[in-house]
Design a protein around this ligand. Sequence first.
Ligand SMILES: *Cc1c(COP(=O)(O)O)cnc(C)c1O
Length: 415
Amino acid sequence: MSERLGGERFAGSFTQQEPIPEAGIDAALAVLRHGRLHRYNTVAGEVAETALLEEEFAAYVGAKYCLALASGGAAMACALRALQVRPGEPVLSNAFTLAPVPGAIASIGARPVFVDVTEDLTIDLAHLEAQAKASGARVLLLSHMRGHVCDMEALMALCDRLGVRVIEDCAHTMGAKWKGVPSGRHGAVGCYSTQTYKHMNSGEGGFLVTDDAELAARAILLSGSYMLYARHRAAPAPEAFEALKLDVPNVSSRMDNLRAAILRPQIGLLDDRRARWRALYQGMERGLARASGVRLIPRPQHEDYVGSSFQFLLPGWEPARVAAFVAAAAARGVELKWFGAADPAGFTSRYSHWHYAAPEALPQTDRILAGLIDMRLPLTFSVADVDQIARILTEEAAAAARADVPGQVAAVTAD
Ligand SMILES: *Cc1c(COP(=O)(O)O)cnc(C)c1O
């Protein structure tokens, strides 16, 4: 189309999620009306919404035990504590992840050791092995960042060989699978977030799942169960708590019945949401297939992913050219996040910004993140919305590629 100057503009919101399902609203109102919001505040014969939620989520992912927590970050910190990670201890994690992941490690006084990202946006297994050997770490907090899942058999075989226990951060893979196994079920513990931008929405919230009775008992005691752990359902028998209950501190981070009521009806929607997200994701893949200078991320055959966000690389682009492209897209209503920006913005920061962790430079990760573009795909978008976004991005990528002086691109295309 002859739309270069000005051009079409996308009018949708990249941050608008779907409403809470009516069944969740009704259940939340019932909790508000009886007033028993604390998970251990039950009347005779009543099972708390939180205990039911845990039972239902455990069944959904096929785990023996599940604990609902105040956030995904709280779930990861609880998992690290349950594995008895000590202050000062090294913990391996992805260099490409979100701030709450190294934050969970730092929250218990442990030390993040970052592992490179590959061009497919998964953890670099060769670097993982080298970092594990160099640091002596015995725990990996593996982040399936933006839903990209590495070869889980290879990762688990490597970690088993190295004696490294794995905690999976499944904030972006709730409802996803690797070779049919639900994400979060390969490692010793799986952690999930139910924060508004994730795959189920309770504002804030999280889960931890495991098949290990001692880890589950420790986690439940850590979450602040007082001596009421027998009221849990997706939990080991009370005997598992006996030897631990006086030794494990209470680090209050429980979920409440109001959030649980909002979440329970959403578990049954996860598979449908995955299918709808996949349709948006694949629409974006098709729409960007011929965009100049753009490398799309290949999705492995065994990865049953949830496409709740979309990433692509601009390999070798000069920073000014990328900045101009991002600005031109923004001027046309398309909100992109750039992991290569000098300063962190919004939700996006990268490992080199986490000064408290004293990160060593990782040239491979720097090179990849320098050209990494990210955008949300909320379920309030239609496939037609995605087509329009892809059209705008394809035009702006061509304009950016043509521009001799990258700084001119923004001036040419700004409204
Ligand atoms: C959102 C997120 C978390 C957890 O976030 P909370 O806000 O603490 O629930 C963890 N890891 C990643 C990669 C995330 O995006």
